[in-house]
Design a protein around this ligand. Sequence first.
Ligand SMILES: [Zn+2]
Length: 843
Amino acid sequence: MRKLFCLVFLFISGLAQAQQPEKLNSSEIYSEIEKLNFLGSVLYVAAHPDDENTRLISYFSNELNARTAYLSLTRGDGGQNLIGPQLRELLGVIRTQELLAARKIDGGEQFFSRANDFGYSKTPEETLNIWNEEEVLKDVVRTIRLFKPDVIINRFDANSAGETHGHHTSSAILSSRAFDLAGKPSAYPQLADELGTWQPKKLFFNTSPWFYESQEAFDAADKSRFISFDTGVYFPLKGLSNTEIASLSRSQHQSQGFGSTGTRGTASEYIELLKGKHPENNPDIFHGINTSWSRVKGGKEIGKILNLVQENFDFKDPAASVPQLVKAYQLIQNLEDPHWKELKSEQIKDVIAAAMGLYLEAVAGSPLATPGEKVNLELEAINRSDINTELLSVKLFPEEKTIPVNLSLANNRASVQEIDFVIPENINFTSPYWLNEEGSLGMYRVTQNELIGLPETPRELKVQFTVDVAGVKIPFERNITYKFNDPVTGESYRPFEVVPKVSVTTGTNVMVFANGVPGSITVTVKAMANGISGELNPEEMPGWKISPEKHIFDTLQKGEEITFSFEVQPPSVQDKVVFKPVATVNGNTYSRSVVQLDYPHIPLQTLVLPNKTSLVKLDIQKRGNLVGYIQGAGDVVPQALEQMGYKVELIDPKYISENNLTKFDAVVVGIRAYNTIDELRYRQQALFEYVKQGGNLILQYNTSRGLVTETLAPYKLELSRDRVTNEAAEVTFLAPNHPVLNFPNKITSKDFEGWVQERGLYFPDKWGKEFTPILAMNDKDEAPTKGSLLVAPYGKGNFIYTGLSFFREFPAGVPGAFRLFANMLSLPQHEPSVSGLQQDNQK
Ligand SMILES: [Zn+2]
């Protein structure tokens, strides 16, 4: 049990080490003392990074001084990314860090469950079916038993099935059930042995007019179980209103485009009591809960000292509080309750160090190292107060090797020591723990139980400085970090990472062979240590020929990389295989890729990920050669078309004109182009004219709100919010004889196998009689949607609208998606007088 607590708290105190170390000024130290002297806690629960109400989190943390955490059941892998190309698990890593950046600003802490954000879900039934319901519930119970909140607040309403994302409703359902279970020893008994049980006192729902039909309906609602408070309070110590802090925090969700401008002035928030007792109209959420030190056995005396420290705090000389703080630290060491002892020890140590200007740092000589490598470490220790201080020893983790120092730290006398140490051979990589093993669609797989729920992988490499402060021995732990001077931005920090000796990275995630022609695939071997020699072999793939059998690399130095090329001859039949190159060095094999994510608002992320490429041999025919592509919100469809053998030219919307389009065999409009490209409102007539003259124009999905034009098509066409989220939903052919299902590729139900994430979204639900609906599909218990693929002749050409998610299927190498898209591009021209084609085909 104690070991687990260590892990958790070290991690939390180590957060600031990820970028710049935290250096508190007087008013921040004072705020930390207030928090040290408050023993209430709140857990806020929702489903995604960005669901959380930062006004409330900041209010509880900064106005009430409560220990406040946000439990986001998922890491947001299924979202969109407005700042870069990363999707799925890489996006989840970015959004995890955005939450941590947000919490650094609003003062909260962060937890997760193992649930994976698999994409949009219409109902909680579907969500809880794809997640492992029991395991996610267990993770919520785990967080409650670990964090021990007095109060839990749900972001969402458990009774809103169908009105919002299924993940949202599920978060409220699971939170409510976990509230009932966490205090019972019979619920998850092993977990109870490990962490103890914990019964929170109250459960609330963070309601708002949003959850009602209208503001009027909300105003009229029975509010006898509501509590409201003003989250617009002003903090003179910070020079900021709570609402301004909330906006700064919210603006960390950059990948979601959630930049938010601060407001000032009164701002009411409402919470509704669901479980537990709370008096009507009492705005104190901790009413009836002892939040002073007297709630802890042996805590009264500590409370008395800290009250005095608060009363007598000298903003010009915070070090004057240190003798009293050290006395409180000693009393905390005598507490029997391990929860409060661990928690408050870490808090008070941070306050003591900040108050006396005690700066301790362990910096490695390089940002990356591998197991077995010798690393130089620079240890800095300085005390900037008149407090009697001595650095007694330093201890290196995980090996727990103690080096005696016995150095008196006189006021403002710098001390830097250098030591060498060897990274243990059996150490874990520092990569995000939840990506170490392959999970399922709905769940991450985590084999080390004690890591479940933590936002990041706790660092095993750290240094403990044991310092004598005014006669009391206090151990301070610091993660090993890396820093350098950037000529432009100055002092820069990075996490210190442990990675494998060799990184193997294939040039692409999917490679499509549209005909029998061989192709070449590149693999980059990068040395992460010095003197790396060995060979690179592709694993065998039955039916596929690959040459050469191996490539040799010789004495690569740390950071050096070399790119090899393999010739791939696909089989004659349609097939999909995994290409996995393996590097062998000194009898050890390496097949993982070291990937870095570098964004200015989060610490540099270094991941060790499986390196796999899908090779797809398509049985595919096509007509036409030159395709024009108008980029919308950004997708990889142009690259996919090139892999199918088309020549693709990107079209600048400014230059769309009848004359400029005539050379194209087909023109394709990228996803959400009519939501993001204002220019398109003036270009529709030119696009329609292109179709009239014989071109094929394909529009991919747009959202129904915020369209730049009402004239998407030459005929009536209205988008709806219809979507089919089940990627395996059965597909019915409404127009089986239509050329788009027959020419040049015969489309069958097999072409709808192996799709990923969803079938499609924002299907039209109203269209002119000129359109032929081609496919019908639906999610469970819903009426069939018929607007996923609509084709209409216009003049000599064809106008096609499709909400099918080709932009997701192409990167996953789904053969049927390629074949259907080829047919859309290859639709034959019409003689304008013959208008009965679609009717004939509908028989
Ligand atoms: Zn959400």
